[in-house]
Design a protein around this ligand. Structure first.
Ligand code: PAF
Length: 282
């Protein structure tokens, strides 16, 4: 089996990507923050379908964490992650340090609008999407990837990155992969590791309520009423709800005509200090 390459500096990375480009290879990129699970591996598989060589980046990006968020305790398991990537026949693991990504004097960031200002995650995590966009723009430039794969689990993030790539003429094709779930419906997330056993038992309720809301909208319930009912049900079950909203699936703008627009229902809710997000199409 071909050995997986590791790169820890931009120079090391470019040694490989330049050679691949000379050979005419299509380069695929899967950006991650590590603590890899089956959801990430589905992104890797999708990247394989679109590219000749696949790079997975692992970088816990400080720019996208706010004050009091979980940057310090975010799970970091490099050795375990690298084993999973080797088993998935990834070609290169891109492992920049914070110093490599944001060297002394770093002073340029990307400021995103449109779907990044929809009043969903952005309302609860100020600056988050600017941090995501900045690191993703850097990952695109560092790797020169032709294709980059993102999960629908972070649906707002997916639309923000699509918008950024289009607005800034980045020559990269953004591919989306549906959310991978546990058997009980809970969306896979590296943060699920924080859930205590009783919280883990309750957590799938989030997906269940989204499904119930989507079903009732399909039967004719107004989107506002369906979202309100889901919020109430989740609160009663013990969640602290940040939002449950039905939005236009392409723009994340509020729905004007629910019979003609593509709809997506998105939610964030907390169990103790664990924050869960999820979304599904209607
Ligand atoms: O989705 C994530 O894991 C992160 O937001 C990303 C895209 C790797 C940027 O840090």
């Amino acid at each position: 089996m071909k050995k997986m390459e590791l790169a820890r500096t931009v120079e090391e990375l470019r040694l490989h990507t330049d050679a691949w480009r000379d050979l005419g290879y299509v380069i695929g990129l899967v950006p991650t923050m590590g603590a890899l699970h089956a959801g990430h591996m589905a992104l890797v598989e999708e990247a394989r379908r679109h590219a000749d060589v696949v790079i997975v980046s692992i970088f816990v990006n400080p720019l996208q964490f706010g004050q009091g968020e979980d940057f310090d305790r975010y799970p970091r398991r490099e050795e375990e992650d690298l084993e999973k990537l080797r088993a998935a026949r990834v070609d290169l693991a891109w492992l920049p340090s914070e110093k490599v990504m944001y060297p002394e004097g770093f002073a340029t960031t990307v400021r995103v609008g449109g779907p990044a200002k929809a009043g969903l995650e952005d309302a609860h995590r100020p600056g988050h999407f600017d941090g995501v966009a900045t690191v993703v723009a850097k990952l695109f430039n560092q790797s020169g990837a032709h294709v980059a794969v993102f999960g629908e689990k972070d649906y707002q993030q997916l639309l923000v990155i699509r918008r950024m790539a289009r607005d800034l003429d980045m020559p990269v094709n953004i591919v989306a992969v549906p959310t991978v779930r546990e058997d009980d419906g809970l969306a896979l997330s590296s943060r699920n590791a924080y859930l205590a056993p009783d919280q883990r038992k309750l957590a799938p309720r989030l997906h269940e309520e989204l499904q119930r809301a989507a079903e009732s909208i399909r039967k004719g319930t107004a989107v506002e009423a369906a979202a309100f009912n889901a919020r109430e049900a989740l609160q009663e079950a013990g969640f602290v709800v940040d939002y449950v909203e039905v939005r236009n699936a392409e723009t994340l703008k509020p729905v004007k005509d629910q019979r003609s627009e593509p709809l997506r229902i998105l939610a964030a809710a907390r169990l103790g200090d664990v924050r869960l997000i999820d979304n599904i199409p209607v």
